[in-house]
Every structure is written in C-alpha cells, then in structure tokens.
Design a protein around this ligand. Structure first.
Ligand code: ZN
Length: 451
C-alpha cells in the first residue's frame, strides 16, 4: 500500500498529529509524527487501531432477534434462550455456517473490529456424528474469515458434559461433543486452516461441560495458545457449582487451574469481592459481552471494582444479537452507571475520558486474549480504523472527545474506512464485498426459516 497519513491518530503513547505510517508486508514499518503527507499518500482525518472482538459464536448472528418474544411462560431466561438457540443450530449445514459467519465478520469489520476470537463449538453433523473432515465446520469459519479479511483466533471448544460432575450430554448437545482423543485430532486438523497472523487456542466450554481431569489435559494440549472458558454467566451456574464443589466457578478456577495471562474468562459476571480482586491479580482477561449479557439477562459485571484492582478486560459480541464495539463499550459504562447511580464510573486518573479508558483497556486486553499485538506501533499489523470527521457527533471534537463522541453520542456508526494488514476492507462504512456477502446470507436465512 502507499503510505498512510492521518491528521490525528491514536498511538500507543497517546494522540499524535500529522502522522505518517509506512507499511511493508502488512506490518507498520515506520511511524512519523508532525510530518506532512507526501504525494500519493492515503489521506485520513482520524485514525484508531482496530479492536479485537474476543468472543463470538458466529452462527448465532443468523438467529438474532428470533428469541425476543415470550415463549409461553413469564420466566424467559438464559436457559429458555438456549433452547431456541439449540433448535436453530439443528438446522445448520456447513454452507450455512460459512455464509452466516461471513455476514457477522463483515459487520464486525464495518464497525471497527479487525480481529475475532471465534469460540467455535458446532463441530458435528446434525446426527451428532463427526464430519468426514472433523474440522469441516472450523474450515467454514476460517473460510469466512478469509473471505471478509478479518483476523482470526480460532478457539475450538471442548464440550463433553451437560452439567457439573461429568453428567452425560443431552441430545440437543450432540453437535458439540468430543472426547479428548477426538478433540486433539480435530485441533491438529485446524492448524492448516490458519492464515498469516491468525492464531489457534482452545476453549474448554465451561465447568459444566468439562471435568477437572479433562480441563487439566486441555491446558497441556499443544499448541499452548490462548485458553478461553465461559464462567459465572448465570446465578444458576454459580449455585450448581457450589453444590458440586463447595466453590463458586471463578473461585474454583482460581484454586484449581491457576489462570494467568494465557486465559480469558468469558463473562465472569457473578463474582464475590474476593474473586474480583483475585481474578484481577491473576493477569487473566475478563471477556465481557455487555450487549449479550443485557440481552440474556445475565447480570452486571463488577467492572468498577475489577478495573480499580488492575483487572484486564476485553469485549466480545458473543451472541452477535448486535455487532458494534462502540455500543458494547457504551453498554458496559451504562450498566455501571445504573448499578452505582453515578456517572463516568469507569474513567480513571490516567484517562478521565470514559471512552478513552475503555478503548485503551479493551485494545490491550483484547490483544492479550487473542495472542496478537495491540496498537499502531512499528512491527505491528497495519490494522487501521478511520472515523468519519464529517459525522455530526464528532464535529468540533479533538483527542479523547472524538472517542467520547463515537461511543456515547453517535446514532449511526462513525466508521469510515477499515484496513487489515494494510489492505482496505471497508470504505464509507461498507465492506468491499458487503453486497455479495449479504446476498448469500439472505438466501441462507430464507432456506433455514423454511426448514
Ligand atoms: Zn459465549
């Protein structure tokens, strides 16, 4: 690509003016500030680093909005939503997976995510048997990432049980199930699927779905990439874990699995004060999904205490009911304002701007959880996101006010262009292949809804 010049850009050290990046082989080769643009440079006004989406179940984009009506009882909750989700995924073939994932990934790019952690558990055919290629569905995820250009940390899920204590899986879970041997084979088959810059980790689904012995074996399994696990999303899960072990889920993990910087605990919603402080000290990332957690009625993560204790956070779109990192960060701060009856709860001394604090923390924590490098620095991937300086929510704003305007005050996305490894994927807020990706997705939705 030609050099990339921006009137203002958010660098690891803060906002800089008149910034010129050169890019070689998709990586930033030089960063110069207070420098005029040269003829032929790509010219932009406001440039941010791309964000990582730490937690996605791509196929759930296809059922977004289908579980927003009462199912005959007045106590709809996470578990009744899960039944709708199970019925939806029963109908998915590999082609459907690829088309829905491509739609979700194009939307992620259009809203400012340049990398996604796919927590991938739909492994088996509809009858519960493995596909001839055990990594068939993972290959469709990787193909969707390649089609759209988003970076991928593939997190194949180990799922073997229906509840704590190694209970047998139920019929609805047949498409997820592996034993350690078959999982290890599938993991090997995933390696050749990765593109340059992609990563491979593992995801023990939750303490409901793995036994302590299985968890220990998974932690030691190559390639020793990131480890992601759902934890403490629901009160019922906390109660079941207490009944099984005498400990709460995060308390159990801290005591038995010693999570560290390799780990990302997804949700971690229901924490005691002691768990909050110990998880913050562990170096693990809390993978927060504020829109999904609100949609599913999960509860409110103790973000203010966790961040004050030095905890690391990333954000994820999880159910993909709505894909937009600005709205995730807004929902996170608003959940705290409602809980604490206060304003600017997640600002810090270093960053009095809430948006800047949350952007900086999720950039760093997201990169850690994905095993990629954060921010626009020499040697890092040239993942640029530019904002539309003509957007009314950004007019007259500078520095951190731009982030506050984008995250709190913009009705429509402020994203103008998105670049992955120096390649332009989004222009004018639309993915370059958005029309084809959407057309294929709509056909798949028609087919699924007719089944
Ligand atoms: Zn999830």
């Amino acid at each position: 690509m030609p050099a990339f010049w921006s009137a203002t850009a958010l660098l690891p050290g803060g906002w800089a003016q008149d910034v010129r990046f050169t890019v070689v082989d998709g990586r930033i080769a030089s960063v110069d500030t207070d420098t005029a643009a040269a003829p032929g440079d790509e010219l932009h006004r406001i440039t941010l680093p791309g964000l990582a989406n730490v937690h996605s179940h791509a196929f759930q984009r296809g059922m977004a909005g289908l579980a927003e009506h009462r199912g005959g009882t007045s106590d709809d909750n996470f578990w009744s939503w899960r039944e709708v989700m199970y019925r939806f995924l029963d109908r998915l073939a590999p082609d459907d997976m690829e088309a829905i994932a491509a739609m979700a990934y194009a939307e992620m790019l259009e809203t400012g995510y340049t990398h996604v952690g796919e927590f991938h558990y739909l492994h088996n055919d509809a009858d519960g048997r493995p596909y001839r290629d055990p990594a068939e569905m993972a290959a469709r995820i990787a193909a969707a990432a390649r089609t759209t250009g988003i970076g991928l940390t593939l997190l194949p899920v180990f799922y073997a049980h229906s509840n704590f204590g190694g209970q047998a899986p139920n019929h609805s879970q047949r498409r997820f199930i592996h034993d350690l041997d078959s999982f290890s084979r599938m993991l090997e088959a995933c390696r050749p699927l990765l593109a340059d810059g992609d990563r491979l980790g593992i995801a023990p689904h939750s303490l409901r779905a793995v036994t302590p012995d299985e968890l220990a074996a998974l932690i030691d399994m190559p390639p020793q990439g990131p480890i992601h696990i759902h934890a403490a999303e629901q009160q019922q899960e906390v109660g079941d874990c207490l009944a099984w072990s005498g400990q709460r889920p995060v308390e159990w993990l801290l005591d038995h699995a010693a999570p560290d910087a390799r780990w990302c605990l997804i949700h971690a919603t229901h924490l005691s004060d002691a768990e909050t402080d110990a998880l913050a000290a562990s170096g693990a990332v809390a993978g927060l999904c504020p829109i999904t957690e609100a949609n599913l009625g999960d509860g409110i993560f103790p973000a203010s205490r966790f961040l004050a204790a030095g905890g690391r956070i990333g954000t994820g779109t999880d159910s993909n009911i709505l894909i937009d990192p600005a709205q995730e960060l807004r929902a996170l701060e608003y959940s705290q304002r409602l809980a604490h009856q206060a304003r600017n709860v997640l600002a810090s001394e270093a960053h009095p701007s809430v948006a800047r604090r949350l952007f900086a923390d999720t950039l760093a924590g997201g990169a850690q959880a994905m095993a990629i490098e954060p921010g626009l620095a020499v040697g890092h991937a040239a993942d640029f996101v530019t904002l539309d300086a003509a957007h009314p929510a950004l007019h007259g704003r500078t520095g951190d006010q731009l982030l506050d305007g984008w995250i709190f005050a913009a009705r429509n996305s402020c994203i103008d262009t998105v670049w992955k490894r120096g390649k332009q994927l989004v222009a004018g807020g639309r993915h370059k292949d958005g029309a084809q990706v959407t057309a294929r997705y709509l056909k798949v939705v028609d087919r699924i809804m007719a089944r």
